[in-house]
Ligand binder design. Sequence first.
Ligand SMILES: Cc1cc2nc3c(=O)[nH]c(=O)nc-3n(C[C@H](O)[C@H](O)[C@H](O)COP(=O)(O)O)c2cc1C
Length: 178
Amino acid sequence: MDTTDLRRALGRFGTGVTIVSTLDAQGVPTGVTANSFSSVSLDPPIVLWSLRRASPSLAAFDATGRFVINVLALEQVELSRRFASPVADKFAGVGHTRGLGGLPVVEGCAAVFECRTEQRLEVGDHVLFLGLVEAYGHQVGPTLLYCQGQYAQGVNLETPPPPTPTATRTAPCATAPS
Ligand SMILES: Cc1cc2nc3c(=O)[nH]c(=O)nc-3n(C[C@H](O)[C@H](O)[C@H](O)COP(=O)(O)O)c2cc1C
């Protein structure tokens, strides 16, 4: 199978963009850009994402047994590029608070899901993480999208929904030390 063409075909499936964050072995915040995020179950609340096995970040996700899904807002495209590149300190200069387990929660996201890893499956060249959502939050505003290898923004084809609260959060979140 032509993997380049397969990747092109798979890229026709538009997604949102997330930064999946955790702590490394030294307790330093780290994370990766991932669009493999998906919801699996509402009751219990389970989500999944996958990370390539060769990723230098894999050890951190395995060690903490926790991760935060930070769903990026439209204006956070530069954060997506940053966390998709092999920079040494991904969180340097990135506004964040500390959530459950002291994990970094990126400020200004469309939604965040704080998860405990429930299952880890090695599938081909990726590791699949299934997480139980222990806290979450979301706020209004456009979400960053990704389709055909390019960042994008959505166009609403429906009647706008009734207004929802501007922001909600299920658990308190302490401010990170500066
Ligand atoms: C929009 C977008 C989505 C991505 N999704 C994933 C993903 O779901 N899983 C993955 O392993 N890499 C994904 N990547 C690539 C990683 O972000 C990239 O390999 C990054 O360097 C990983 O960090 P690391 O070097 O610390 O492993 C994605 C990149 C972009 C730009």
